[in-house]
Design a protein around this ligand. Structure first.
Ligand code: SAH
Length: 215
């Protein structure tokens, strides 16, 4: 069981203050959530020293835990209220999932990689948080649990997955990085049954969202 020392807490506070300056995160709820989750718990202990730098880091199977400022930015774009039902695609280390849990949301999360899915679940138990975890293909979403108030995609999608759009409530939002090598951060709002409004928020680089493959 990892520990959250005073040193880690200090580094985390420092990271959050840089976050505020760098990417303009102003939502107090998001900042508090970032402060409450020990990011180093989600990383190999050899990365302990750099867990609170603003950079993406390797987790298992060539995947990455997103940069903290990106996690904060995507979370702020989601514009959540307590108890909303949120679907996350790409559990990965589980760090972003834990941030969503800290915001008092009803979290559903899908990971295509069995090893990552299992490791994240173990960490959630240690932290005594209880998102609903699924091992499967995020392109399909979770039709049996839809509709969702919010959908957050944490891998780079070559295009917008239509199945996910249809699992949004009317008035619901999806935050998703879309593109091949570089992704545009998009926020889509479901205006009515058929119409979606789209906003763009700059370029990012995520690991790819892979189709029709679980391992
Ligand atoms: N939210 C994660 C980010 C992990 S990187 C974190 O905080 O650590 C993105 C993750 O998306 C990877 O773990 C990758 O395996 C997963 N992924 C890629 N394509 C997927 C798909 N089609 N369905 C579900 N997960 C997928």
């Amino acid at each position: 069981m990892p520990t959250d020392t005073l040193r880690h807490k200090g580094l985390r506070k420092g990271m959050i203050n840089t976050l505020i300056k760098k990417v303009g995160i102003t939502d107090e709820k998001v900042l508090n959530a970032m402060n409450s989750v020990p990011r180093h718990f989600f990383l190999d202990s050899s990365l302990d020293e750099i867990a609170y730098e603003d950079r993406a880091l390797q987790i298992m199977y060539d995947q990455t835990i997103s940069q903290p400022s990106t996690v904060a930015f995507q979370t702020q774009l989601l514009n959540v209220s307590p108890r909303m039902k949120v679907l996350e695609i790409g559990t990965g280390s589980g760090y972003q999932t834990a941030i969503l849990q800290a915001l008092d949301l009803r979290v559903y999360t899908i990971e295509r990689h069995k090893g990552l899915y299992e490791k994240a679940e173990k960490m959630f138990k240690i932290l005594n948080i209880h998102p609903q975890c699924f091992h499967g293909d995020g392109y399909k979403g979770l039709p049996g649990y839809a509709p969702f108030d919010r959908i957050l995609v944490t891998c780079g999608a070559p295009q917008i997955p239509q199945d996910l759009l249809l699992q949004l409530k009317i008035g619901g939002l999806m935050v998703i990085p879309v593109g091949d090598k570089v992704q545009k951060m998009l926020r889509l709002t479901r205006v009515n049954e058929k119409e979606f409004q789209q906003e763009e928020f700059g370029n990012y680089t995520f690991v790819p969202m892979l189709e029709n493959k679980t391992n």
